[in-house]
Ligand binder design. Structure first.
Ligand code: G6P
Ligand code: MG
Length: 221
């Protein structure tokens, strides 16, 4: 069995990735009276708050000064936190709780590798904090996803080498980050977008530990 499991949060553990995009949409509507096209959702998944805002502004060809940029980031987070107010363990995606329990039974160490500054609060609300031996701090890593830094930090947090870890992601940037960290990448989502994943499941409810372990062992050889 592999020794460590590294988890993305939004879109893997909980259905919060849709809230992120809802908050971005409202921000852009309120400030610039523009409708954010849905194709931008994929491009901002897994990407830090600042990098997401920059991508959105670049797409809309809007330039702002530093003060406005900071204000927009803060306002987006306020909208996001409002959406999180009603978050409960019911927002855990199907199959995830069972997977976390199985991993725990197999003595696999768990670490969180989320770019979100809100991750610790969300894990608390989902009542999942106790499963995780480490939460990588996105502030402490140099580069966000698609750079490997956050996954390297998460593996380091549980003292497991990345090659002995399986990592779970729903974003293009996240799969690139795992692959660069040289851990085994499990994608959850579309085979078009996540084609670079070592193993792919369409939805969290299809995650299967036996299948993951078999693929991981083949990959390791
Ligand atoms: C995750 C989400 C992104 C989000 C980022 C930062 O990676 O997938 O959509 O931009 O976290 O989240 P934060 O809660 O710190 O704004
Ligand atoms: Mg995600």
């Amino acid at each position: 069995m592999f020794k460590g499991a590294l988890f993305d949060l939004d879109g893997v553990i909980a259905d919060t990735s849709v809230y992120h995009f809802q908050a971005w949409k409202k921000l852009i509507q309120d400030n610039f009276q523009q409708d954010l096209p849905s194709q931008l959702e994929e491009q901002t998944k897994g990407v830090s708050r600042a990098d997401s805002l920059q991508r959105i502004l670049d797409y809309l060809q809007i330039e702002v000064d530093t003060a406005k940029f900071q204000q927009l980031m803060q306002q987006k987070n306020e909208y996001y936190l409002q959406l999180l107010q009603t978050l409960t363990p019911d927002n855990i995606l199907p199959g995830i709780k069972e997977l976390l329990r199985e991993l725990q039974q197999q003595k696999v160490k768990l670490a969180l590798a989320s770019a979100s500054l809100n991750a610790p609060v969300i894990l608390e609300k989902l009542q999942l904090s106790d499963y995780f031996a480490a939460i990588a701090d996105p502030v402490a890593v140099k580069q966000g996803k698609p750079a490997p830094d956050i996954f390297l930090a998460a593996a380091g947090g549980i003292n497991v080498t990345p090659q002995d870890c399986v990592a779970f992601e729903d974003s293009i940037a996240g799969i690139q980050a795992i692959n660069q960290a040289q851990a085994f990448s499990v994608g959850i989502g579309s085979s078009v977008e996540l084609a670079a994943a070592d193993l792919l499941f369409a939805q969290t409810k299809e995650l299967n530990l036996a299948q993951i372990e078999t693929s991981y062992q083949q990959w390791k050889e």
